[in-house]
Every structure is written in C-alpha cells, then in structure tokens.
Write a protein that binds this ligand. Structure first.
Ligand code: IPE
Ligand code: IPE
Ligand code: MG
Length: 254
C-alpha cells in the first residue's frame, strides 16, 4: 500500500493518476464552498450567477464523492452570518435548495443518497425548508452517500446552544456535571449523528474557517485551493483526496 501511494507522486495531473485508493478514503469530507461571487464578478456577471453556477459544482462533487466511496459529504451552503448580505442575494440563495432538489432529487434517490440538513431551521423561508424536508423524508432509508447541507449553520451558536442545554439539565438536577465530557458535548451539537470530518476543503483562496464546525474540525486535515467554487471539478476533488491519503494523521501521538 505504501508502494502504491508513492508511485502516484510522480504523476503530473490527477487525470493521469490512478483513482484514489479504495482504502484510506476519508469517511467524512466537509467543504466550505466559497468564491461564487468573485467567480461571477470576474466574468462581468452578477454575484447570483455565481451561486447558480455553484449548484452544478455541488452536483459534480456529490457524484465524485459517491464514486470514490466517501460516506459523508457536508457542504457549507449558508452561514448564520450570511444574513448580513443584501436581501436580494439572500433571497436568491434561499431559493437554491428548492431549485437544486427539483432538478436532482430523483437522481439522488436512484443513487441511494441520503439527504440531511445541519443548521437552524427557524428563520428559513418555508419554501426552503419544505424542499429540504421532502428530500430528507424521501431519502431517509437510503444507505449510500450522506449528503449533508450546512444551511443557516454557525459553529459558535451551535456550541452556545449545547452549553445552555447542558447547563439547564445540570441546574434541574437531571445531569451530574461530572458526567460532562467530550462525547456528551459532541452529542449535543447539530452534527451529533456524524463522525468528525476527516478532510476539510475550502475553495477561493481564503484561509479561514468562517465559523464552520470549529469543534468537529479539531483533527481534520485541511486542504485549500485558489479555485472558485463554481469552477471546482471532480479532478480537484480527487486531488484533495489523494493529498489527504499522503498525510500522516497523528492525533497528538507519534
Ligand atoms: C460562497 O460564495 C457562497 C456563500 C457564502 C453562500 P460567496 O458568495 O461567499 O462568494 P465570494 O466569496 O464573495 O466570492
Ligand atoms: C463561508 O463563506 C460560508 C459559506 C461558504 C456558506 P463566506 O464567504 O461567508 O466567509 P467569509 O465572510 O469570507 O469569512
Ligand atoms: Mg465568500
């Protein structure tokens, strides 16, 4: 296995390289899909054209993740801070889940994909949440790739909520403070049903987390590209996975 990993290194492009190995594929890949606005502006288009085009990248990457054998794919689609944007842009973003699922839900079902959502359902327009809930319901028994949309998600809010709920239970005498440990805290987060991401990808050249899964990314491998999200390809996704496979994860050990 080490030989095969090494033999990839001389390859010049991901197309020439072998497919990522069947073993050591990251179980959970999380992506901060960034750069839609700049992609559009560089083409003289309005920012929303970038968001629209970004949907096609979502489809490409979902198919690639499924084919490679990733089990969980979490996509950061809208943060709790993105409400600060101009209302027309927010409105456009809120329409995208409905549009994406109208086009893709049948194919997701055919491919045994399970759709989930991680984020605050309140404050989302009914057409956004209804479309997602329908997809979640129709795919809940699927056993293939878990496609998890982080929508109206914010890591600090998520952690503050977890602390509040734990504190209330302790104050009510339903929980012994001595029983509060990392596992209990994790179980109170919006990601409680997911393993921690093994690999985090961020597009667009920004090197920050922007309030995304701060607790869960403690030991994730990080991979950045300057490419804007709408231009992100299956080949780049594969490149990120192969880079992940070359890394030695130590978790503080040797
Ligand atoms: C990412 O692209 C999509 C969302 C945050 C919803 P941006 O809209 O942030 O694009 P840039 O970063 O301004 O180029
Ligand atoms: C992070 O991107 C949020 C999503 C990709 C949904 P932003 O574009 O909102 O992040 P900042 O503002 O550059 O940190
Ligand atoms: Mg951005």
């Amino acid at each position: 296995m080490i030989d095969r990993l090494w033999s990839r290194r001389g390859k010049t492009s991901p197309q020439e390289a072998d497919l990522p190995l069947g073993d050591n594929v990251p179980q959970h890949v999380a992506i901060i899909m960034d750069g839609n606005g700049r992609w559009a502006q560089n083409r003289g288009l309005p920012r929303i054209a970038g968001h629209h085009s970004g949907m096609k990248a979502v489809k490409r990457v979902t198919k690639a993740a499924d084919r490679i054998g990733v089990k969980y794919l979490t996509l950061y689609a809208f943060s709790t801070e993105n409400w600060k944007r101009p209302k027309p842009e927010v409105d456009f973003l809120m329409r995208l889940p409905q549009e994406f699922l109208a086009l893709e839900l049948d194919e997701l079902i055919e491919n045994n994909v399970q759709v989930r959502m991680m984020g605050y359902r309140e404050n989302l327009p009914s057409y956004t949440i209804d479309a997602l809930e329908e997809a979640i319901h129709k795919t809940k028994n699927n056993t293939g790739l878990v496609l998890n949309f982080a929508l109206n998600y914010g890591s600090r809010a998520e952690m503050a909520d977890a602390v509040r709920s734990i504190a209330k239970e302790a104050a009510d005498g339903r929980l012994n403070p001595d029983d509060i440990d990392e596992q209990l805290f994790s179980s109170r987060l919006l990601s409680s049903e997911l393993p921690d991401p093994d690999l985090l990808i961020r597009t667009s050249g920004e090197l920050r987390l922007s309030n995304f899964m701060l607790w869960q990314l403690a030991y994730s491998e990080l991979w950045f590209t300057d490419v804007y999200w709408p231009a992100f390809t299956e080949e780049l996704f594969q490149e990120a996975i192969m880079e992940y496979q070359r890394r030695a994860r130590r978790f503080g050990g040797v």
